[in-house]
Design a protein around this ligand. Structure first.
Ligand SMILES: [Zn+2]
Length: 91
């Protein structure tokens, strides 16, 4: 049974869940109880990223040089985290 990684976009809570492929993705965060969970694509899923060749074929122009500098493929789930709102500086 595959393990899925989830990350809460609301509070940043991280959890792993054992689920069948046919199960619905979890949505509710057990930490903050908001439906803000996002399933992360784990390594080995075999989709999306296929190493540096991805960049070489699709981004030859300005990004090519930048991509060639880093040999390693990008992490599969490079999602932007929602930064928590800054504490109120002005009171
Ligand atoms: Zn949460």
């Amino acid at each position: 049974m595959p393990t899925y990684e989830y990350e809460c976009k609301n509070c940043g809570h991280h959890l792993d869940a054992f689920q069948r492929m046919s199960d619905k993705p979890l949505t509710d965060c057990p930490a903050c109880h908001q439906p803000a969970l996002k399933r992360k694509i784990s390594a080995g899923a075999g989709i999306i990223f296929k190493g540096s060749g991805f960049y070489q074929t699709d981004y030859r122009s300005s990004d090519y040089k930048k991509a060639s500098e880093k040999d390693k493929p990008a992490p599969p789930a490079e999602t932007k985290k929602n930064d928590p709102p800054p504490p109120a500086a002005t009171k």
